[in-house]
Design a protein around this ligand. Structure first.
Ligand SMILES: [Zn+2]
Length: 239
């Protein structure tokens, strides 16, 4: 049996049955299934958010099963969501894979990346609120601003985000701290690596206790968990 190619099948899906090749579907279950998939994908794009999420999730699972490598979508407001195929990819003709990628692209354009990301991750979109921000500057008489720190809350999660424009580590490991306003107590919140912005989840009770000074220090690999005293930058969160 001669099957219409996928481009024609998409045209049939878009034509609501008025396509000259639509009669083929009466006798071919395989092409009928393919058209139904495309119709569902197109409907999902055209529908409101109520129908979009379950439909797009379903479509995405099929789309992702066609793609060899995992796809990662990043948006500034929502961080990242890794989209992994749940089923092993079955060998399929190349043209079907290409077509599903085209449908995926159409879905992204039609629905918006943010809404699709929310649908796939199955998590409600939680707004991130910035509670405070401080420049991070070198210590001494001529402080130089090398980065900044944000305090954010997203749902019940409180985070310190550190973004450095430059990080003079001098080959040592770099640790992030919250220092108490009393100037004596401090607690490590993790390690900073490179200049990509990094988020550190903290317990908000630290802020109530006065741990509001963000400090980034060079640390020798000597097994000593205490602050080395060699701070690169520091800034006080205005809260
Ligand atoms: Zn067919």
């Amino acid at each position: 049996m001669q099957h219409p190619n996928d481009d024609v099948l998409i045209e049939i899906a878009l034509s609501h049955g008025n396509h000259p090749d639509a009669a083929h579907l009466d006798t071919c279950a395989e092409c009928r299934r393919a058209v139904e998939e495309f119709v569902r994908a197109i409907d999902a794009t055209a529908s409101g958010p109520d129908r979009l999420e379950p439909a797009s999730d379903d479509v995405w699972q099929r789309v992702l099963a066609e793609i060899d490598a995992p796809v990662e979508l990043r948006t500034r407001s929502q961080g990242s969501a890794e989209l992994q195929p749940t089923a092993p990819a079955a060998p399929k003709p190349r043209n079907r894979r290409r077509t599903l990628l085209a449908v995926a692209a159409a879905l992204l354009i039609g629905a918006g990346i943010g809404r699709l990301t929310a649908g796939v991750s199955d998590e409600p979109t939680v707004a991130t609120t910035t509670l405070a921000r401080t420049p991070l500057s070198t210590l001494g008489d001529a402080p130089e601003e090398l980065g900044e720190a944000d305090l954010t809350r997203s749902g019940s999660t409180t985070q310190v985000r550190i973004a450095m424009n430059s990080l003079p580590s001098k080959g040592q490991i770099v640790e992030a701290w919250l220092i108490n306003k009393d100037g004596r107590r401090m607690i490590s919140i993790g390690f900073v690596h490179g200049t990509e912005p990094q988020q550190f989840v903290i317990d908000p009770r630290l802020l109530d206790e006065g741990y509001v000074i963000v400090d980034v220090s060079r640390e020798p690999l000597d097994g000593d968990p205490k602050h080395s005293g060699d701070s690169i930058v520091r800034g006080t969160l205005p809260i």
